[in-house]
Design a protein around this ligand. Structure first.
Ligand code: NCD
Length: 306
């Protein structure tokens, strides 16, 4: 039985198979509409979510399966003090696969160690968000035609943004990748990722504060929201929250093929006026999230249609 805790749980060949499956699903969704007949997905969300939970549910429904779960820990027995380990033991009796989001780093890992069914980490605190990474990689691969040879700008809250942490981990395995890390001093990428992932893999990177200065160098700009819920005090958040605002004017500094991605939700960091720019692909990215999760569910449940 296989779980997904980190994007590194799949090697690059396995990821390639998963992306090809996702593209086949995109081209012919009807062929997969009964692939999970009789199967159930449990979504256990101890933290807010719109896209991740609903795209998981849409993915399972598109595959002919059904879904159960909770979207708020206040409505689950966690509010009575139940441990994640006990909860997953019980969910294992009710469902065939589980997607779990939790504010505590490592909680989905604890669940996987006590589970009879595959567990998918749907975001654990400021740590990892592997299914967002599958979504991001599928989007890049589908729209750019490759995952190698790209200059990737990561902008915003690189300290607390788990989507960025997972994406860096996954991308360093592709050839000729380089990163431009764009953040205020206070929200720089954590040392452990700079040292253990970027430096350890000899991946070129530079760190800058001003987005304007590097726009022209980028093949891809990955914007992120300042992660309000991970700040210790409101004042720091308020100071940081509008540090970056990508608008039409800044977009004129970028090349014609530079794509703008964002895991969403957006707050203020991308002006709405950018949405109509053909290089802004964040809503397409959300659609790719459904195909990526459909492919993941089939893979973890060992269901083959082709
Ligand atoms: C992200 C998350 O939850 O980490 N959202 C998502 O799943 N698409 C990004 C965010 O909340 O900023």
């Amino acid at each position: 039985m296989r779980h997904l805790m980190s994007p590194l749980d799949f090697n690059t060949e396995e990821l390639e198979q998963l992306f090809q499956l996702a593209n086949r699903i995109e081209a012919n969704p009807e062929a997969y509409s009964h692939a999970c007949d009789g199967k159930k997905l449990a979504t256990c969300f101890y933290e807010p979510s719109t896209r991740t939970r609903l795209s998981f549910e849409a993915a399972m429904l598109n595959l002919g399966g059904s879904v159960l779960g909770f979207a708020d820990q206040a409505n689950s027995s966690a509010a009575k003090g139940e441990s994640v380990a006990d909860t997953i033991r019980v969910i294992s009796c009710y469902a065939d696969i589980c997607a779990m989001r939790h504010p505590k780093e490592g909680a989905p890992m604890v669940a996987s160690m006590n589970s009879q069914i595959p567990v998918i980490n749907a975001g654990d605190g400021g740590h990892q968000h592997p299914t967002q990474t599958l979504t991001d990689l599928l989007t890049i691969r589908s729209l750019k035609g490759t995952l190698g040879g790209l200059v990737i700008g990561l902008c915003g809250d690189l300290k607390f943004g788990r989507t960025v942490h997972s994406l860096i981990n996954a991308l360093v395995r592709y050839p000729d990748i380089s990163f431009i890390l764009i953040s205020p001093e206070e929200l720089r990428l954590p040392d452990y990722i700079r040292e253990d992932v970027l430096k350890a893999n000899h991946v070129p990177y530079k760190e800058v504060v001003r987005l304007e200065d590097v726009m022209s160098e980028l093949d891809l700009l990955y914007m992120t929201r300042v992660q309000k819920e991970r700040f210790f005090n409101e004042e720091d958040y308020v100071r940081m929250k509008d540090f970056y605002i990508l608008d039409k004017k800044k977009m004129t500094l970028a090349g014609p093929d530079m794509l703008v991605l964002h895991p969403l939700p957006r707050v203020n960091e991308i002006a709405v006026e950018v949405d109509s720019d053909p290089r802004a692909v964040y809503f397409k990215q959300a659609q790719y999230g459904v195909y990526a999760r459909m492919a993941l569910i089939l893979t973890l449940l060992n269901i083959s249609v082709d």
